[in-house]
Ligand binder design. Structure first.
Ligand code: GDP
Length: 462
C-alpha cells in the first residue's frame, strides 16, 4: 500500500460512457490541485480554496488554454469526508475521452492514481470506519439481492462492530484484572472474581457462537444456496428446472438419459439466491456415459445444500425406496425434498415409497402445478429468522475464521480456569482471544499484507 500523505485521484463511476462520470480526488493537495484548473464559466478565477465543505460549484476545467469540460465540483473539507481528508468530487460529462483527459490532467499536476480500494483504506486509516465496516462497503457494492444488500448495509453502519467492540471491552477488563493479580502474586490476592469471570466467559462464548453460526446464513446470502435436482432419467428434472427458471435453458428430451451436461442456473426467492444444479440421471446402468452422469449426480449432491429428488409418478423405478435411501445417506444432514412429478398424469398424495419423516410434494413440472410449493419448501429450508430479527449476520470468511479462533481461545481460558492454571497463562489466552477479535475490526495493528488483500479486492475509485 502506498503512502497516505499524498493526493490520489481515480474515476469513481464504472468504466465506459454514461450521462455523467465522477472523478474523486482526495488528499492534502486535492483542493489546490482542482483550484489550479477550475474557473468560472466566464473564465475568471474560482478560488475554490476559500469555499467551505459540503458546497457544490459549477465551472469549467481548462488544461492551459484548452477547455476540457464544464463540470460540478463538490467540496469536502477534512475530516468531514468519506476518506477523512480534503476531497473534491468532480462530476463531468460521461464521455470516456473527457474522463481520460481529466484524469491525465490531474496526474500531470501531481496527483497519483489511486490503488484499488485506497479511498476506503484511507477512511479506515483515518478512523472513519473500522475494518469490518470497510469490508462491508465492498460487499454492498457487490450485492445482487435484497438480503446481501441488507446484511452489508447493516454491517457498514456498524452493527457488527458494536457487538464485537463490546465483547472486546469486557475481555480487556478481564485481562487487566488478571494481570493486576500477577503484580501482587506474592500476596496471593484475587481481584478477578472467578465466578463472575466464568459468567462473563459464558456470555462471550454464546455471542461468538451465535456470530459463528450466522455465517451459514451469511454465506448462503452472499454466495447463493446450491440446490441439486436429482432423479432417474426422464423423471422431469430438466422440465422442472426450466419451469423454475421459466426459460428453456436445459435440454428437454424424450430420450432417456440424454440430459448429460451439468447446467447451473439461479433464481431469486424471498431476497435469496438459489443456484440450481441440474444433473444427469441416477439410473444404474452399464452405459459408460450414463455412469459418469450418475457419478456427477452424487458429486452435485455433495456440493448442494438442498436436494430435490424427483420421481416420475407414472413410472417410479422398482427399487425407488433404495435409491432414495442412497441419496439420503449421501446427503447426510442436508434436507432432501421428494417430488412426485407428472401429477397431471398420475395423482398420488402418499406413494408407498415415502416415509413419515419425508418432505413430499406432488407436482407437475409440465403444467406448473405445485411449483409454488416447491419454491416455498426451498425457502423453508433456509433459517432466515436472523434477517427478519435484524440480527448481525457474518458474511465474511476472514471474520468467520477469526471468530472461530477467538472462540477456541475462550474455550482454552475456560478450561484453564477450571483446572486452575496460573494467572500468566490465563492472561496469555485472553490476549490471544483479544487479538483475533481485534483482527476483525482492525482495532489492533492489522498486518499490512492483510490490508493489502482486503482493499485490493475493491474497484478503483472506491
Ligand atoms: P430428465 O431426464 O429428468 O431431465 O427429464 P425431462 O425433463 O427431459 O422430461 C422427460 C419427459 O417427461 C419429457 O417428455 C417431458 O415433457 C416429460 N415431463 C416432464 N415433466 C412432466 C410432467 O409434469 N407431466 C408430464 N405429463 N410430462 C412431463
Amino acid at each position: 500500500m502506498s503512502h497516505r500523505e499524498d493526493t490520489i485521484v481515480a474515476i469513481a463511476t464504472p468504466s465506459g460512457m454514461g450521462a455523467i462520470a465522477v472523478l474523486r480526488i482526495s488528499g492534502p493537495d486535492s483542493i489546490s490541485l482542482v483550484d489550479s484548473v477550475f474557473r468560472n464559466p466566464s473564465g475568471t478565477r474560482k478560488d475554490l480554496k476559500l469555499k467551505p465543505g459540503y458546497s457544490v460549484h459549477f465551472g469549467a476545467i481548462h488544461d492551459g488554454d484548452t477547455l476540457i469540460d464544464e463540470v460540478l465540483c463538490t467540496m469536502f473539507r477534512a475530516p468531514h469526508s468519506y476518506t477523512g481528508e480534503d476531497t473534491v468530487e468532480i462530476s463531468c460529462h460521461g464521455s470516456t475521452f473527457i474522463q481520460r483527459e481529466l484524469l491525465q490532467l490531474f496526474l500531470r499536476k501531481g496527483a497519483r492514481l489511486a490503488d484499488p480500494g485506497e479511498f476506503t483504506l484511507r477512511a479506515f486509516l483515518h478512523g472513519k470506519m473500522d475494518l469490518s465496516q470497510a469490508e462491508a462497503v465492498a460487499d454492498l457494492i457487490a450485492s445482487e439481492n435484497q438480503a446481501s444488500a441488507d446484511v452489508a448495509l447493516r454491517q457498514m453502519r456498524g452493527g457488527f462492530s458494536k457487538e464485537l467492540s463490546d465483547l472486546r471491552e469486557q475481555l480487556i477488563q478481564f485481562a487487566s484484572l488478571i494481570e493486576l493479580e500477577l503484580d501482587f502474586s506474592e500476596e496471593d490476592v484475587e481481584f478477578a472474581n472467578r465466578d463472575q469471570l466464568t459468567d462473563l466467559l459464558n456470555r462471550i462464548r454464546q455471542v461468538l457462537k451465535r456470530l459463528q453460526d450466522s455465517f451459514a446464513l451469511g454465506n448462503a446470502i452472499k454466495n447463493g444456496i446450491p440446490v441439486a435436482i436429482v432423479g432417474a432419467p426422464n423423471a422431469g428434472k430438466s422440465t422442472l428446472l426450466n419451469a423454475l427458471l421459466k426459460e428453456e435453458r436445459a435440454i428437454v428430451s424424450d430420450i432417456a438419459g440424454t440430459t448429460r451436461d451439468v447446467i447451473e442456473d439461479e433464481i431469486h426467492l424471498g431476497g435469496l439466491t438459489f443456484r440450481f444444479i441440474d444433473t444427469a440421471g441416477l439410473r444404474d446402468t452399464s452405459d459408460h456415459v450414463e455412469s459418469i452422469g450418475i457419478r456427477k449426480a452424487y458429486e452435485k449432491v455433495d456440493q448442494a445444500s438442498i436436494v430435490l429428488y424427483l420421481v416420475d409418478l407414472a413410472h417410479p423405478p422398482l427399487d425407488i425406496a433404495d435409491r432414495i435411501q442412497q441419496i439420503r445417506e449421501r446427503a447426510g444432514n442436508k434436507p432432501v425434498i421428494l417430488l412426485g412429478n407428472k401429477s397431471d398424469r398420475v395423482r398420488d398424495e402418499s406413494p408407498d415409497w415415502i416415509t413419515e419423516v419425508d418432505h413430499y410434494l406432488p407436482i407437475s413440472a409440465l403444467s406448473g402445478e405445485g411449483l409454488e410449493e416447491v419454491q416455498q419448501a426451498l425457502l423453508d429450508q433456509v433459517e432466515t429468522s436472523a434477517l427478519s430479527n435484524n440480527e448481525v449476520v457474518v458474511t465474511n470468511a476472514r471474520h468467520y475464521q477469526n471468530l472461530v479462533q477467538a472462540f477456541e481461545a475462550i474455550q482454552r481460558v475456560q478450561g484453564g480456569l477450571e483446572s486452575g492454571i496460573s494467572g500468566d497463562l490465563l492472561a496469555q489466552d485472553v490476549r490471544e482471544a483479544l487479538r483475533y477479535l481485534g483482527n476483525i475490526t482492525g482495532e489492533i495493528d492489522v498486518d499490512r499484507d492483510i490490508l493489502g488483500t482486503i482493499f485490493g479486492k475493491f474497484c478503483i475509485g472506491k
